[in-house]
Design a protein around this ligand. Structure first.
Ligand SMILES: Nc1ncnc2c1ncn2[C@@H]1O[C@H](COP(=O)(O)OP(=O)(O)OP(=O)(O)O)[C@@H](O)[C@H]1O
Ligand SMILES: [Mg+2]
Length: 352
């Protein structure tokens, strides 16, 4: 009752393009951002979830922590992409150990991997069609991938206290900041450098999630080539920071023509979802990640998928002092912060 009971949690998102860190104070009324930072990595330090330059990644994580708050030790982290498999199935209603056994059994029957090689997590929801059944959203992370990642975090002298997946962190941030409309099927699309996470909300609850293995790297490469820009200028062009100093029509054409793989990937994910959920359409897209900030990309995706897009603001219901982070312009880069904000909101579950 006296003094501050407030707890702070830190979300650390190590992406292929940049590392993001958010420190959230959990207050009685919500959340307050007490630390925020973004640090770009060298271009090929991480490619498609593969850490190619371990030293550079460690150096940059440590530099970012030092810059935001050197006292940070415990962090919530997340993984995404190839190392993760998600699946959804329906089983008879069970609880506790019985439920766990049934989920492991079902996973073994369906999974393209050996159960001993993965770490399992799952999310249970009531079946909407049968009262005696429950829906299980299974997430399996390959141990090899997970362990290598956790080792890396520990090498930064940090302690990973919670591991999530990017898709769920994004969803977590979304559910806190927006009222989910149960009438509308929502796709939350987090476009990153090499991976795009897509999650669907049906009847107001998570239906399923999928990682598409492409992001905006191809767009970056095309811009660099078409305009003959060095890395620094191409990076600026991706952020829309070159303004009229480059031909905007040509920029748009370059972005549109190099977004095919990404758009096709998301289209395929949507088709798969529609067949699974037995629905004809996705009502709208909530766009997060750096991809939401690349000029002309959101409008292109909206047109190609014929689905309205809203740009996700994960800071919508979160307090922060704009002056404290003026140099970052949080209101401009907000979609980029979805994952670390979602992570920093999560309290670790007590292990049984
Ligand atoms: N203001 C900005 N700051 C940083 N990146 C931006 C900005 N505006 C646009 N971008 C673009 O966003 C892209 C990176 O998106 P994001 O940070 O979501 O990817 P990532 O999380 O690093 O990668 P991944 O999730 O695939 O591992 C980059 O290509 C970058 O050019
Ligand atoms: Mg990312």
């Amino acid at each position: 009752m006296f003094g501050s009971n407030n707890k702070s949690l830190v979300g650390l998102d190590v992406g292929a393009n940049s590392i993001k860190l958010i420190k959230l104070d959990h207050t009685k009324t919500g959340y307050f951002v007490s630390g925020m930072g973004v640090r770009e990595l060298p271009a090929e330090a991480i490619v498609s979830d593969e850490i190619r330059d371990r030293d550079a990644v460690i150096f940059n994580i440590q530099a970012l922590v030092d810059q935001v708050d050197p006292k940070i030790k415990e962090v919530n982290v997340s993984i995404s992409g190839h190392g993760i498999i998600t699946d959804k199935f329906t089983i008879d209603k069970k609880t506790g150990a019985e439920a766990e056994q049934a989920i492991i059994f079902e996973t073994e029957q369906r999974a393209p991997f050996d159960i001993d090689d993965v770490t399992l997590d799952y999310h249970i929801s009531e079946s909407s069609v049968d009262d005696n059944k429950m829906d299980v959203l299974m997430v399996a992370a390959r141990n090899e991938f997970l362990d290598a990642y956790l080792d890396l975090i520990e090498e930064c002298e940090l302690k990973p206290v919670l591991v999530d997946i990017d898709a769920f962190a994004t969803l977590n941030a979304y559910e806190y900041n927006y009222d989910v409309d149960p009438e509308r099927i929502t796709a939350i699309v987090n476009i990153g450098q090499d991976v795009t996470n897509v999650s669907y909300l049906v009847d107001g609850a998570l239906h399923s999630t999928r990682d598409v293995s492409s992001g905006v790297r191809e767009i970056f490469n095309s811009i660099q080539k078409e305009f003959r820009l060095n890395l620094e200028l191409a990076t600026k062009a991706m952020k829309g920071e070159l303004g009229e100093s480059i031909d905007q029509d040509m920029l748009k054409a370059t972005i549109v023509s190099s977004a095919d793989e990404l758009v096709t990937g998301v289209e395929q994910a949507f088709s798969w979802f529609k067949s699974q959920a037995k629905t004809k359409k996705v009502d709208w897209i909530v766009l997060a990640g750096g991809g939401a900030l690349v000029p002309y990309l959101a409008e292109h995706v909206q047109a190609k998928l014929a689905t309205p897009i809203e740009i996700f603001n994960p800071l919508r219901n979160i307090e922060y002092d704009p002056e404290m982070f003026e140099y970052l312009q949080p209101e401009k880069i907000a979609p980029l912060l979805a994952v670390p904000i979602g992570l920093a909101m999560r309290k670790a579950k007590k292990k049984k």
